[in-house]
Design a protein around this ligand. Structure first.
Ligand code: GAL
Ligand code: ZN
Length: 670
């Protein structure tokens, strides 16, 4: 995404207004006023593009693309596979999904087609090919948007067959499958691949290896579907970059795997501002921006966000003044090369007529939201020098899809909630409070180049992961792992001979038992006599408490209560040139903040803001060959006083005081 400017625009649905050309005329005028430079077209246009099977009608789209181009507006062109026309479902009922209870759906909704169906794949291939032939070289078209928010699974006979094929490839023999899935349990042994069925509430739910492989299959099948769409565009001669819009906390598709198949990561960002404190929402959103950037370790694109309220959250909260700019700014700060919206204009009817938009049913340019969009457009122009700048991080947090699938599916120490996401966010937040850029990695990522890695709850170890951690620590890295780690292999089979598997010497301990706490219970992690500087005397902990047997590790803190009071709760072990820490329980936020401040200090990772960050202030940076851009934002409810590195102000006021929701960009020459 070069060209030196940040994208500003969003999803535009002119197909809903073809009988009112004056509306489309107004749109262009307003887009120009708001410094809109890019729109996404065609996401849900299939019925207008192919009203009857094989009868394509592209002239209207061409006219719109041409007009946008004449007005200096570029296009991200979607393939329409996110929702299908009626005729397609009527003619090829196999495209309709079957749910886990084996019921076939009827026509309606979107994102609900069988991704295996040869008929669906063929119809999609045909229309994608024609779109690429017609528009693949249009100068306005900058990028392809493949489908929309890939999600869901289908349990139809075609998918069952494909699943069996996938399993045969993975295991070769049914004996190997039985062994990996431990099917002797309850006599569920398979005699042949033909007997295998996807997990179902009316069937098999007790074999975790099956559950895990089904999730892998669904993810792979989704990616495969996307790849066949990309192939159609490429075979039709278009070499424009491709993206697909990813989602917040969406775990059905392994985004680390998917990202390898696209040119640019993009995602849809809909924070529920004001549901929690500003700071909490900002941190959660920041985490997902960082996931998206880390998937390809490259700038990404926030391709959807709401200019106003959404209409699908429990409460449709208006964006208060400054919030739209802050949301857009935050995405750029974390590595987005643009700020885009859903939607450019509100539909007249149906489900999304009340969803926030740049233009609403009243056409004027004197709405509050339109004013906010104009301000954002101006801001993006002022900071366009950051386009393409990279984010360099020395700290990382591990977040692995397969680990999450396994942990959540496995009947274990707390079926009322493992609070995994929360524990990841606590570590992330602690590192971010230090003003450090943080990458998010999965177990397949390269750990080299990071100084400090936090790995909360790595229950499942991918083959080779333990060896990676060992080399990382031996080579001088600081690695913090927490309870419930290294427990099972990639088939959810327990490791024999002690855990954390293959790393007991690296951490200098063996995990022995794990205690699940009721929601209302608490224990504490403490250091009577405060022997370890930088850490407090005591912190509360909840949910899960791992009891360990130390070997070489040094105990820094112990449990304060219950029958395991006095046994280790935080341990440190020197291994090779590095240090491995083991956190035994789910401690309160303050614990992680103190721990990571101490560890960062020990290895000389410093906050770029001398004196540290006030509560609620986010600091990130992006770099080019010769410049570092610092982004500061105040997500607290009060003014924050901040001392920043010396540099030139690119955006914002030249002052040490940041008001709530105020944003600042500072440039420092390298
Ligand atoms: C996204 C979706 C858009 C629109 C939007 C509303 O998830 O991709 O098409 O529905 O939500 O917030
Ligand atoms: Zn299916």
């Amino acid at each position: 995404m070069s060209g030196g400017y940040l994208l500003h625009g969003g999803d535009y649905n002119p197909e809903q207004w073809l009988d009112m050309p004056e509306v489309l005329e107004t749109d262009i005028v307003r887009f120009r006023e708001a410094k809109i430079n890019t729109v996404t077209l065609g996401v849900f246009s299939w019925a207008k593009l192919e009203p009857r099977e094989g009868e394509y009608s592209f002239a209207w789209l061409e006219q719109i693309i041409d007009r946008l181009y004449e007005n200096g507006i570029g296009v991200i062109l979607a393939t329409p596979s996110g929702a299908r026309p009626h005729w397609l479902a009527d003619r090829y009922p196999e495209v309709l999904r079957v749910n886990a209870s084996r019921q076939r759906m009827v026509f309606g909704g979107r994102h609900n087609h069988c991704l295996t169906s040869p008929a669906y794949r063929e119809k999609v291939r045909q229309i994608d090919t024609r779109l690429a032939e017609r528009f693949g070289h249009h100068p306005a078209v900058q990028m392809w948007h493949i489908s929309n928010e890939f999600s869901g699974d289908c349990h139809c006979p075609l998918c069952q067959e494909a699943f069996r094929g996938w399993l045969k490839k993975r295991y070769q023999t049914i004996e190997a499958l039985n062994e990996s899935w431990c099917t002797t349990f309850w006599s569920h042994t398979y005699d042949s691949f033909e007997q295998v069925e996807s997990p179902s509430p009316i069937g098999e739910r007790s074999i975790m290896g099956l559950e895990l492989d089904w999730k892998r299959f669904v993810s792979d099948q989704t990616i495969d579907f996307m790849e066949q769409e990309i192939r159609a565009l490429r075979s039709a001669g278009s070499d424009k970059p491709v993206t697909t819009n990813l989602m917040y906390r969406f775990l059905q598709v392994d985004y680390f795997k998917l990202a390898k198949k696209i040119d640019l990561v993009s995602w849809d960002n809909y924070p529920a501002w004001q549901r929690h404190t500003l700071e909490e929402t900002a941190q959660r959103t920041a985490f997902w921006h960082d996931v998206m950037r880390s998937l390809k370790k490259a700038p990404f694109l926030m391709i959807e966000s709401s200019p106003g309220a959404t209409n699908w959250q429990g409460v449709s909260k208006l964006k208060r003044p400054g919030m739209l700019r802050a949301t857009s700014f935050q995405s750029i700060a974390h590595g987005s090369d643009g700020a885009m919206y859903f939607q450019m204009r509100k539909s007249r009817g149906a489900e999304e007529k009340f969803h926030g938009a740049v233009l609403d049913h009243y056409d004027g340019n004197d709405t509050r939201t339109f004013g906010d969009v104009c301000e954002t457009g101006e801001m993006l122009e002022k900071i366009s020098a950051v386009t393409g700048a990279k984010t360099c991080a020395q700290a990382a947090v591990l977040y692995d899809w397969e680990n999450i699938w396994a942990m959540e599916g496995s009947a274990g120490p707390r079926n009322e909630g493992l609070h995994y996401q929360e524990s990841v966010e606590k570590s992330y937040r602690a590192l971010r409070r230090l003003g450090l850029n943080v990458d998010i990695l999965d177990q397949s990522s390269d750990l080299g180049g990071y100084r400090l890695i936090s790995a909360p709850m790595q229950y499942l170890f991918h083959p080779g992961f333990a060896q990676k951690v060992r080399s990382y620590v031996a080579g001088g890295g600081t690695f913090v792992m927490s309870y419930w780690s290294g427990v099972v292999d990639e088939s959810d089979r327990c490791f024999l001979g002690g855990t954390p598997h293959d790393l007991m010497d690296v951490f200098g301990l063996r995990s022995e038992e794990i205690d699940g706490l009721y929601d209302w219970e608490e224990n504490e992690i403490c250091q009577p006599g405060k022997t370890c500087a930088g850490l407090g005397e005591s912190y509360s902990c909840k949910y899960l408490c791992q009891i360990v047997k130390p070997a070489a590790a040094k105990t820094l803190m112990v449990y304060g209560k219950d029958f395991y009071a006095g046994t280790p709760a935080l341990l440190e072990n020197q291994y090779g040139k590095g240090t491995a820490y083991y956190v035994c329980a789910d401690a309160e936020q303050a614990f992680y903040e103190d721990l990571y401040r101490k560890l960062a200090g020990d290895i000389g990772l410093c906050c770029p803001a001398p004196g540290g960050l006030p509560e609620g202030v986010e600091l990130t940076s992006r770099e080019t060959a010769d410049r570092i851009f610092y982004f500061a934002q105040n997500f607290s409810e009060k003014e924050a006083v901040l001392s920043l590195p010396k540099g030139e102000i690119l955006y914002g006021k030249n002052s040490d005081v940041l008001k709530p929701l105020e944003n600042l960009v500072l440039v420092v020459k390298k």
